[in-house]
Design a protein. Sequence first.
Length: 194
Amino acid sequence: MGKLITVVGASGVGKTSLVQALSRAGNFAVAYEQHIERPFQTLFKQDESYCLANQMDYLLLRAEQERGLRAEARPALMDGGLDLDFHGFTRLFHARGWLSDSEFDLCRRFYELTRQLLPPPDLIVYLTASEEVIRRRLISRQRINIASAEDTARFSSFLGKWLSTMPIEHLLQLDVSNESLEFTQSLPKILARL
């Protein structure tokens, strides 16, 4: 079973850019969030009633991606991942009122069963940045943004609760507020942990 490294953090913090930089630096299998390819993402951006379909689609996609990556002989990188989609996005959308209590419970049940069937990531790289940096990055990127810069504190709170349950040896937290999206400062730190 191959090693799995997930990169987590708020929308706009630089998860995709870091995974791309890491994949250029080494021989990794890679899985991305696939915003454009997801069938409910655009619909959800236009109509909140698609939130449950969007979340279930993402949770299923991430479980499928993890399963495939674990079958690889080489180490694997995930931009976000199953845990981020549940503990970050699903919890945020429930807090925003876009998922009812029963819809959230359905997502929770799916996530918990799936996590019992799939081992957790071997390393979680948790990226943080100031709200202003995240705001600038969200404005500059060319993709659908459901979570906004205003959601960063709440989103980070949800992630923090989950990450506090993770063994410290499986977690690497990096503040990337003063770093370019090439991650020249962080790459050596991450590669040394691998």
